[in-house]
Design a protein around this ligand. Sequence first.
Ligand code: GDP
Length: 418
Amino acid sequence: GTTRPQVSIVIVGHVDHGKSTLVGRLLHETGSLPDGKLEMLKAVSARRGMPFEWSFLLDALQTERDQGITIDTTQIRFRTRSRDVVLIDAPGHAEFLRNMITGAAQADGAVLIIDALEGVRDQTRRHGYLLHLLGVKQVAVVVNKMDRVDFSAERFGAIRDEISAHLTGLGLAPTAVIPISARDGDGVAERTPKIDWYDGPVVVEAIDALQPARPLDELALRLPVQAIYKFDDRRIVAGRIESGGLSAGDEIVIMPAGKIANIRSVEGWPSSPTGAQGAGRSVGITLDRELFVERGDVIAHVGSAPRDTRRIRARIFWLHEQPLAAGASILLRLGNKETRAVVVAIEKAVDPGELSSAETKAIARNHVGEIDISLAQPLAADPYVDNPRTGRLVIEVNGRIAGGGLVLSVDAGQRAVP
Ligand code: GDP
């Protein structure tokens, strides 16, 4: 069959506003639960004399995943009409941030949940702010527990206006604001008479309308060089294609040096009859001339090469107990390249637990910041908006990962880029 677009989403919101309940409902309404699972859990709850909670379902699935019982041991998935949806776990604040910013998990969109009775809380606003910091561009808002406010259109309207103003101020206008009762299922997969005054999409439709990230194959070629092997007089340049694709005969440029060559041959695992290879493949290529290539270089097509730079602005998440301050000496890893670097300036330091971006001069542990970095050696880098695979960096201090983040911008180097 045809491949369905996949979207990764994260569900965020103030604790107790109904995230687990919504997830349970979504799995149920989209027919994504194992047969009999729900009935079994309801029976167990009844036997124990406790009311059934949708969050039990998540706990049960989590336990099975931990024990390796279910086949898909990593992620919760469900299908909407036209999308395969992967739900990224957002267990704790710090973990979620770290996973998002280091690329372990990357959300195409988010669902922000708000309890209709409690309304927009500080944590709600913070989550909106974090989504913005992390570069998430699509957010659907759900106003949950509408049953607790008698499905009042007025109450809903007030919350919708407040959260819309906040998100729009961050450049993150919501794709939809949806009144629901996750516990009872109103507005999750189906419109119900209780919310007949609302004519926007239900949650499943809003998720279905999220745009997936552009496939990596469609981006410009980026082959970070992992190693160079010598066989007799042949030199094979090996690495994993992070984006784009290549084939024999292509004219390429080796960055940051800017030297040009043609690809003579391509070995891929598995090999392809045409010699063409795409994103995600490990390849070995030979070139038509002898050029100096080393680990950490990036191979790209002429005309769409990354910039060579000695200066990078980045948005990072900091993990080290020692706060990061201007003047700090760090080791920067970007793709397969490592170089010493110095933090020239801290331009922003934000405590995700507070809303204010206080005028601090250092980025404390578990805080987010924007920094200006000067590199000891030039390297090839892409801004994150251009390439989510190669626009990420990791910072090490004393041999330990101390932070990581997104490349915001790159100062062009001296070299004329082909
Ligand atoms: P989480 O902490 O955001 O994951 O919140 P939960 O999903 O665990 O829900 C917190 C509490 O709110 C639970 O007791 C739920 O049963 C309750 N709850 C969730 N959705 C609704 C709803 O639509 N209506 C009502 N009345 N209660 C709900």
